[in-house]
Write a protein that binds this ligand. Structure first.
Ligand code: GTP
Ligand code: MG
Ligand code: NA
Length: 478
């Protein structure tokens, strides 16, 4: 506007909402992918990021050639809806510019728990959002109109379908109102800067998808042009820490502004303090592909915001998700950067201490990752990422009988992990167990476990994993 040509970065949009509202399916519909179909138990258990280039958005919105979209694309963050994954919803809502709250139009009687939780998180962070009122194709008698704008799709429906649609929308508007929010169907909304826009969608037949994309890329500019202006100062947040079989420990980050280069000196916040190192590999998935998918990555020399990026560094295992990644440019003061990292770490620690539930075991620094607290007596947990470790521990804590954790680790289960778990054989035998999620168990580890009496539990969802362990405990007690 004002005739000034500014370079814009892609807005970062977090997808939030209750279990099975259709968050992942909505992204699948936009990406023309099938991530949801590959998820164990049909549930999302890992935060993800996908870059949608402007060409794809143009194509989906069937815009006339001369119509402009000013942003270069959208970076979308998918989050899990299950209760134990609140950590990932907090992370997503903390680093996004805007959000989409997905609500299932077929669910009546009040907003669901994680919908309300999502609305609270967004309010707390002052994040603006739209509501995708999803699954319109499930209204009784709906005639599908693939990819149609919602107005066109509604015109094609019978009076009965249209009136059911209308009362369900009214219902959701009322429920939002009860949660202190004014909302309206976006095409009836006269105050799009104040009143929350509702976009009806289907993630199966794609009605309303053009509307949602177009609204997002235009509305963000009306409400935050300044914030979306590209600047050189790096703003970058750690999203997740993974063990990758090719690259070792990797850090998934969201580059919010500025640029990263291969070889850049960085200061990473870890539980043991700031660690200064260099970017060894700078990787992204291909456009329209998930960052979290264990797939093929593109190598880069330089990347400009906004992007979801996988960074490989040597010898770094304990970066704290949610903290800032600091880039030290030539001429920058390294000491100052490290001091800033110390502040970040203190902030992250104070968040952990808020809900501390058991005494930590000091001698074992390796177990102290992120929001994770360990006890002297407890089970050993192993997972592929810090976020899922946290979710498992969160779920263990939420049980009616508390199951404490004595230690945890990232990546495949090795003999050394079993050795650590054997310590419980003498202390508290029922806890001599490894709960392994989404990681390989090495054959030597299995052998040692069988010999020593340590039980290894493996499952593809956090819930099944904990269930199989609690089932075992119950049997022991009988
Ligand atoms: P979590 O990640 O587990 O919180 O769920 P989610 O919100 O990502 O929902 P997901 O994409 O896993 O969809 C849940 C179920 O609803 C799946 O069986 C989908 O196929 C189905 N579904 C999602 N969106 C739609 C839709 O628009 N129409 C219909 N008919 N089914 C849908
Ligand atoms: Mg999902
Ligand atoms: Na699901």
């Amino acid at each position: 506007s004002c005739g000034i040509d500014r370079e814009l970065r892609a807005p970062i949009c977090c997808i939030l909402g209750h279990v099975d509202a259709g968050k992942t399916k909505l992204l699948d519909c936009i990406r023309r992918s099938n991530v949801q179909g590959g998820e164990a138990g049909g549930i999302t258990q890992q935060i993800g990021a996908t870059y949608l280039p402007v060409q794809n958005i143009r194509e989906r919105t069937s815009l006339k050639a001369e119509a402009t979209i000013k942003v270069p694309g959208l970076l979308v963050i998918d989050t899990p809806g299950h209760q134990s994954f609140r950590n990932m919803r907090i992370r997503g809502s903390s680093l996004c510019d805007v959000a989409v709250v997905v609500v299932d139009i077929t669910r009546g009687r009040g907003l669901e728990n994680q919908t309300i939780e999502s609305l609270d998180l967004l309010k707390h962070r002052n994040v603006r959002f739209v509501v995708a009122l999803n699954k319109v194709d499930r209204l009784y008698g709906w005639k599908t109109c693939p990819n149609a704008p919602i107005a066109k799709a509604l015109k094609n429906q019978s009076d009965d379908v249209r009136s059911e649609f209308k009362w369900r929308v009214t219902e959701v508007v009322t429920q939002l109102k009860e949660n202190g929010l004014n909302a309206a169907l976006y095409y009836e909304n006269k105050k799009i800067k104040e009143v929350v826009n509702i976009v009806p969608t289907s993630s199966v037949s794609a009605e309303g998808i053009p509307d949602l994309l177009l609204l997002l890329v235009r509305w963000v500019l009306e409400i935050m042009m300044e914030r979306l202006t590209y600047v050189n100062n790096v703003e970058c947040t750690v999203l997740e820490v993974n063990e990758d079989k090719d690259f070792g420990t990797t850090i998934d980050v969201v580059l919010i502004n500025g640029a990263l280069r291969k070889g850049d000196q960085i200061v990473v916040c870890t539980k043991q303090g700031p660690v200064t190192t260099n970017i060894r590999y700078l990787l992204t998935p291909y456009p329209m592909k998930e960052l979290k998918a264990k797939g093929v990555y593109k190598h880069h020399e330089e990347l400009k915001a906004a992007q979801g990026v996988k960074i490989a560094v040597r010898g770094l295992r304990h970066a704290i998700p949610g903290t800032t990644l600091i880039v030290v440019k030539p001429g920058d003061d390294l000491e100052q950067a490290e001091a800033a990292a110390v502040q970040e770490i203190n902030k992250a620690n104070s968040l952990v201490n808020e809900d501390e539930s058991c005494e930590s075991d000091d001698g074992t620094a390796i177990q102290e990752m992120s929001r994770i607290k360990t006890c002297k007596e407890g089970v050993y947990v192993q997972a592929s990422s810090i976020g899922t470790l946290e979710a498992i521990i969160e779920h263990l804590k939420s049980l009616s009988f508390d199951i404490p954790v004595s230690g945890c680790n990232l990546g495949p289960v090795h003999k050394q992990d079993v050795m650590k778990a054997t310590a419980m054989l003498k202390r508290k035998e029922e806890y001599a167990a490894i709960l392994a999620f989404d990681v390989k168990v090495m054959p030597e580890a299995f052998d040692l476990a069988a010999e020593s009496g340590v039980k290894i539990f493996v499952a593809d969802t956090v819930y099944k994993l904990v269930d199989s362990f609690t089932g075992h405990i119950k049997k022991l007690k009988e």
